[in-house]
Design a protein around this ligand. Structure first.
Ligand code: NAD
Ligand code: GLY
Length: 352
């Protein structure tokens, strides 16, 4: 087992190991004050792991109830959020009780936002069951829901009290959802670790799960410690994401976030090479590792269409937008450009 300690506005441990779901109760007890725990999960994850999580919590003395919602991004909305708050109120949950987010990023974001706002804040624990949630969304305290106007537009920075990552749960992930998480793992290697890049290129999807999750979490921990509220360095974690959000929106969310991030990273890398920020070899290396995981490096959408969507992204500030630009494997820079230049960047990253 590996534990990564996160020290931000509250400090907490991220435990990463095989079989940790059995120890959920013991680990939750260390951060809980009350006796009630509410498991929040989507229907797929609840069917797979809900009973085991509940048994582990009951064994440690918690009284447990479950809030289960239909799986998928479409559930990360105001209706599910309000239903969850109402459920908590009806079950007389108090400030000393605990929410347990058992699932992927949708469950974690929704539960975290409910925890941040119910009774002005109650404790919650993240139990990530997707690779994306393990390496990214369960750590760092970004919580929220989607609005009809766009993704993640309502939310709060609110840190979990603990993250318990049993990576054996990843075994039941459909391959395409596992691959989505791989795009985020690749992102960390391009941002900060040539060694991780080499490991991923060599092993592909057979990478050393515990070591790789722990390394990604430690990298995110370092970034979040420096910039918890996303005003500077944390924006590096958005490598490929401005373009990805354009691709997701253009596809009406038919293209998954992970695939869109893979395309976004390849496109920004080609643009960076054509504009002299990195070498052509660097951009080729980025494409190579993305292809190694069977992820896409091209998009059918035009630079104009992507630009239009990217401009409605949260990362825009007035008439400037910040791009995350690769310099070499293991190092990226934040580059602020006028929005009027964004389409030119997109064009530079699309096939000639
Ligand atoms: P998700 O939670 O919808 O999970 C994807 C699918 O996998 C779901 O259908 C779920 O039922 C299924 N699933 C989950 N665990 C499983 C398992 N072990 N076995 C079988 N099936 C399983 O989506 P996701 O890809 O985990 O996360 C995407 C969400 O995360 C988006 O809403 C995104 O905005 C958010 N996100 C948040 C942050 C953050 O910092 N808070 C960072 C990145 C992404
Ligand atoms: N996933 C990006 C962040 O946490 O900032």
């Amino acid at each position: 087992m590996t534990t990564v300690k996160v020290e931000v506005s509250g400090s907490y441990c991220v435990d990463i190991g095989a079989g940790l779901l059995e120890e959920l109760g013991v680990r939750a007890l260390e951060v809980a004050k009350g006796t009630a725990a509410v498991i929040v999960s989507d229907d797929t994850v609840n069917a797979l792991y809900g009973d085991r999580a509940e048994t582990a919590l009951v064994r440690s003395g918690f009284s447990v109830c479950r809030f289960v919602f239909p799986h998928g991004e479409a559930s990360k909305n105001g209706t599910t959020y309000l239903n969850l708050l109402q459920f908590l109120a009806e079950h007389s949950i108090t400030r000393s009780d605990l929410l347990v987010a058992l699932g992927g990023g949708v469950t974690g974001d929704l539960t975290g936002f409910a925890a941040a706002t119910f009774l002005r804040g109650i404790r919650f624990v993240q139990v990530p069951t997707t690779l994306l949630a393990a390496v990214d969304s369960s750590v760092g305290g970004k919580t929220g829901i989607d609005l009809p106007a766009g993704k993640n537009l309502a939310g709060a920075f609110y840190q979990p009290k603990r993250v318990v990552c049993d990576y054996e749960t990843l075994r039941t992930l459909p391959p395409d959802i596992f691959a989505d998480g791989c795009a985020e793992v690749i992102k960390y290697s391009i941002l900060g670790s040539p060694e991780l890049y080499d490991h991923l290129l060599e092993k592909g999807a057979d990478f050393d799960t515990e070591a790789v999750i722990a390394q990604c979490v430690a990298m995110k921990r370092d970034v979040v410690r420096d910039d918890e509220f996303d005003t500077g360095r944390r924006q590096l974690l958005n490598l490929g994401h401005t373009i990805a959000h354009g691709i997701e929106a253009c596809s009406h969310y038919e293209i998954s976030h992970g695939r869109a991030v893979a395309m976004g990273m390849a496109i920004i890398a080609r643009a960076a090479a054509r504009k002299g920020y990195c070498t052509a070899e660097c951009a080729e290396a980025i494409e190579r590792v993305i292809r190694r995981f069977g992820l896409p490096v091209e998009t059918e959408y035009s630079a104009a269409a992507l630009t239009q969507w990217a401009l409605s992204d949260k990362k825009r500030a007035g008439n400037r937008i910040t791009l995350v630009v690769p310099r070499k494997i293991g190092h990226c820079d934040l580059v602020k450009i006028p929005v009027s230049e964004l389409q030119d960047w997109m064009e530079a990253g699309l096939p000639l």
